[in-house]
Ligand binder design. Structure first.
Ligand code: DON
Length: 524
């Protein structure tokens, strides 16, 4: 079973499974296919995280997050008056050194069974022969026309100045050639030689700072999975450089001490869950960062005794204000998560991103791919909000070679017997954490079936801005009024996250792509 945001990418994964590949082979196939058929977020010019759980009990997590280029400086996004510019979001300065190709090839080498040529075949086919633009993709091109139009991807995605329409065939010969170089040379096909030169040239042309040296020294990192428990279930998630696993763990630890979880959709549940998120995000925003550069108190934040203390600070009937530092919020969102489980019980949860839709907008001429704008995930000005309104501290300030803090939360849940139960993750910036954890809670605490758990309305709290957000119509008017009376700044927002999940059920797997968008699970 494969669940992803792009039906053709899910199909690519199943094609590999049917040929005898394992979940890692299929996940790598999906990753490369996404780079072709889902250019808004699927990528080779970005980075991500992968959580792997093999049927024999081995577990591993791979961090292939981007890093800051060597020439990056702490204040590179501030103007002469110390104000933030938009250069961390749009244009070549916004890009971190991509990790995707290093990550996917490394995962395949260590846990896969097939060759790069085999698993990349579907992606190369989609790039060479093209594929038909569906409604979701056409809307995505139209919605992002202004960004795309500024850079070298314009002739491909906006031929003759018009976004590709439904039914058009998108053929990407330059991307196909880049993928071929990766097949032949492995990761060096991206990080050195022709592709590296194309990236560095694109940078030089337009004021970017990623060099061939930056690319040559990029390395993904295998880390210890963050392992936690919730009411007897086991969670395997991402430790820093993502904040995802820590914040999910801290939130669930806060909830675990509550014996009678309030009913789904009730005021009490929104209060409890929102307050738990708020506390976990306060820690995230201050303390979490790349562990190679900052002292991260992982033990403390994931400790159940510490969670008990936090729980005690949640009042019965009052909101607690987040100590205010800065409250502005710039809205924005886009990433993609895919889940894979094979017949043997191996499972992979992967979240990967360019950050904003179409990343920095920069398209590598001759290379055929977009570059990320991940530098915005640093605290470009500690204490001031980034694109997601996250107000982060010194620990996550820009330093050369450092990984910017992420919220990506690919997670695998095991049942009380230690068998695979759930593979889950989301897109949505900080909402990745809240959406992923709510699907887990919907299943473990509210006993929903997977489709209900993924569809059910979600809430969000990220400490700053200090407001309890909920999906439009996701809470009843009476609950909203009660929350206001308790002192919450309550705000209705659009979708919280975009989930792709797989759950083990009697006799097999159930796959679910979020009805909030156009993904689709494929199984056989
Ligand atoms: O790593 C992160 O937390 C962000 N770059 C993720 C961005 C994202 O999910 C945007 N998508 N909706």
């Amino acid at each position: 079973m494969v669940a992803s945001d792009a039906p053709l990418a899910s199909d690519a994964g199943v094609e590999i499974l049917k040929r005898g590949g394992n979940a890692v082979d299929a996940a790598v196939a999906v990753g490369f296919a996404m780079a072709v058929v889902y250019p808004e977020a699927g990528n080779i010019g970005g980075g991500g995280y992968m959580v792997i759980r093999m049927a024999d009990g081995r577990t591993a997590v791979l961090d292939y997050r981007e890093i800051a280029p060597l020439a990056a400086t702490r204040d590179m996004y501030l103007d002469d008056h110390g104000n933030m510019t938009n250069k961390s979001v749009v244009g070549p300065l916004a890009s971190g050194v991509p990790g995707a190709v290093a990550g996917l090839t490394e995962a395949l080498t260590k846990y896969g069974t097939m060759s790069l040529a085999d698993v990349m075949a579907p992606a190369i086919r989609y790039a060479e022969q093209g594929f038909v633009v569906d409604r979701a993709l056409a809307r995505s091109f139209t919605g992002n026309e202004r960004l795309i139009a500024q850079f070298a991807g314009a002739p491909l995605f906006l031929p003759g100045g018009e976004p590709l329409a439904v039914g058009a065939r998108l053929v990407q010969p330059e991307l196909a050639r880049t993928l071929h170089r990766i097949v032949v040379q492995g990761a060096p096909g991206f990080y050195s030689g022709e592709t590296a030169k194309l990236i560095a040239d694109e940078m030089r042309r337009d004021g970017g700072i990623i060099t061939e040296q930056d690319l040559a020294r990029y390395k993904p990192v295998w880390r210890e999975p963050l392992k936690s428990t919730y009411r007897g279930f086991t969670l395997l998630s991402m430790p820093p450089s993502s904040s995802g696993g820590v914040v999910v763990t801290e939130t669930l630890n806060i909830l675990e001490g509550v014996t009678n979880v309030p009913a789904f959709g009730s005021t009490d549940y929104a209060h409890l869950l929102g307050s738990a998120y708020q506390r976990a995000f306060i820690d995230r925003n201050e303390k979490l960062a790349d562990p190679a550069f900052a002292n991260v108190p992982l033990q403390q934040l994931t400790d159940k005794t510490y969670a008990r203390k936090l729980r005690a600070t949640i009042g019965d009937h009052r909101a607690t204000p987040t100590p205010a530092v800065a409250k502005a919020m710039r809205e924005g969102t886009e990433t993609t998560h895919y889940s894979v489980a094979d017949a043997a019980g191996n499972a992979v949860a992967t979240t990967t991103t360019l950050n904003a839709l179409y990343g920095s907008g920069v398209y590598v001429t001759g290379g055929g791919f977009l570059l990320n704008d991940e530098m915005d995930d640093f605290a470009a000005a500690p204490g001031k909000p980034n694109m997601f309104g996250l107000v982060q501290g010194e620990a996550n300030a820009i330093q050369p070679g450092k990984r910017m803090l992420s919220a990506m939360s690919p997670t695998i849940v095991l049942d009380r017997n230690g068998a695979l139960l759930l593979v889950v993750g989301s897109r949505g910036g900080p909402r990745i954490i809240t959406s992923t954890s709510q699907v887990i809670l919907n299943i473990l605490d509210h006993h929903m079936i997977l489709s209900d758990a993924v569809s059910a309305p979600r809430i969000h709290h990220q400490a700053l801005p200090d407001s309890l957000q909920y999906e439009q119509n996701g809470l009843s008017a009476a609950v909203v009024d009660s929350l206001k009376a308790m002192g919450y700044g309550v705000q209705a927002i659009g979708g919280v996250g975009l989930i792709n999940a797989i759950m083990r059920v009697n006799g097999g797997y159930e796959g679910m792509s979020d009805p909030r968008s156009s993904g689709r699970p494929t199984g056989y």
